[in-house]
Write a protein that binds this ligand. Structure first.
Ligand SMILES: Nc1nc2c(c(=O)[nH]1)N[C@H]1C(S)=C(S)[C@@H](COP(=O)(O)O)O[C@H]1N2
Ligand SMILES: [Mo]
Length: 305
């Protein structure tokens, strides 16, 4: 999908109509006119701007869509925007599998009629110690979990990225074991901050951002937020996740942002916000401690990193 310069300006206007406040939830902000939003996008939006402060400038559409990690399209930060032109995110289906009452293959367009797409402004903190602030559109993962109707034996969820080497040039190379997989514990997956995103800045996701559907888990390092999801598996044991499978001593299953536990190659005490020079202090759970800290009470976060 090509973005015209005129459209980019309209994202700015779209944004200017919104006020981002310090408290966790602001209600009643009307949605700007955008032809690209799904029909059921409610006009009375909740904007979750959790723990953002006046220093948290939103990154621009340009920054968010040209500095990416998406190894299916190459390892460089500009590779995903440059090499994803042949990827076809439409039509799209997601299969719900495993320990559930309603296994099925869902058409994404139909699914979007059943869920509530909302605005969520979240920080994204990459393990490589850079970060961005991104205005997503998405719906709570919990809504999809309700459709799946898990059995009580389902304790974790595994997410799988589509495998299409003809459209994803990186999948023809052994950069990672394909397909990319990730996982969450059921209570993390059910948490209201966890969303499946379909767009950002009021625009459908571009291919480099994980079109047409990607996970966003704002208190975890970026690699947990798996892109272009084609199946969701409900399982009883902690599932494999690409990076923790590849380098278990560097990437744990939980991968909660933790400023006290350094990665062997990157300090996690500070971060560089894309577009800025001065480093910022990294916040525990990426600033979402109040909301998610209870999920990990009693766990040794040095062991379960
Ligand atoms: N399928 C897939 N999902 C992925 C990745 C990837 O390589 N493949 N990279 C992850 C990493 S390391 C990060 S930091 C985020 C980056 O998301 P963004 O490009 O939208 O900022 O996507 C994550 N999701
Ligand atoms: Mo990352």
């Amino acid at each position: 999908m090509k973005i015209l310069p005129s459209e980019i300006t309209s994202y700015k206007n779209y944004l200017n109509r919104r006020k981002f406040i310090k408290s966790s939830v602001a209600t009643g902000l009307a949605l700007g006119a955008s032809t690209n939003l799904y029909a059921n996008h409610s006009s009375d939006q909740n904007i979750y701007a959790n723990q953002l402060d006046e220093n948290d400038r939103l990154n621009s559409f340009e920054e968010i869509t040209t500095y990416n990690n998406f190894y299916e399209f190459g390892m460089g930060k500009t590779d995903p925007s440059e090499n994803s032109g042949n990827f076809k995110p439409k039509p799209w289906s997601i299969s719900l599998e495993g320990l559930i009452n309603n296994p099925q293959v869902l058409d994404l367009e139909k699914l979007l009629q059943q869920v509530t797409v909302e605005d969520r402004v979240y920080r994204l903190r990459c393990v490589e110690a850079w970060s961005m602030v991104i205005p997503w559109q998405g719906f709570p993962l919990s809504e999809l979990i309700k459709i799946a109707d898990p059995l009580s034996s389902a304790k974790f969820i595994q997410f799988v990225t589509v495998f299409r080497p003809e459209e994803m040039p990186g999948q023809n190379k052994r950069l990672l074991p394909w397909p990319y997989v990730e996982g969450l514990r059921m209570d993390e997956a059910m948490h209201p901050l966890t969303i499946l995103s379909t767009g950002l800045y009021g625009h459908e996701l571009l291919n480099q951002s994980g079109a047409p559907l990607r996970l966003v888990v704002p208190w975890k390092y970026g690699f947990k937020s798996i892109k272009s999801i084609s199946s969701i598996r409900f399982v009883d044991k902690q599932p494999e996740a690409t990076w923790s499978m590849l380098a278990p001593s560097e990437y744990g299953f939980y991968s909660n942002v933790n400023n006290l536990v350094d990665h062997p190659r990157w300090s996690q005490g500070t971060e560089r916000r894309i577009g800025e020079f001065k480093r910022r202090k990294t916040l525990m759970y990426n600033g979402y401690e109040e909301e998610v800290g209870y999920l990990y009470e009693g766990m040794d976060l040095r062991k379960y990193y």
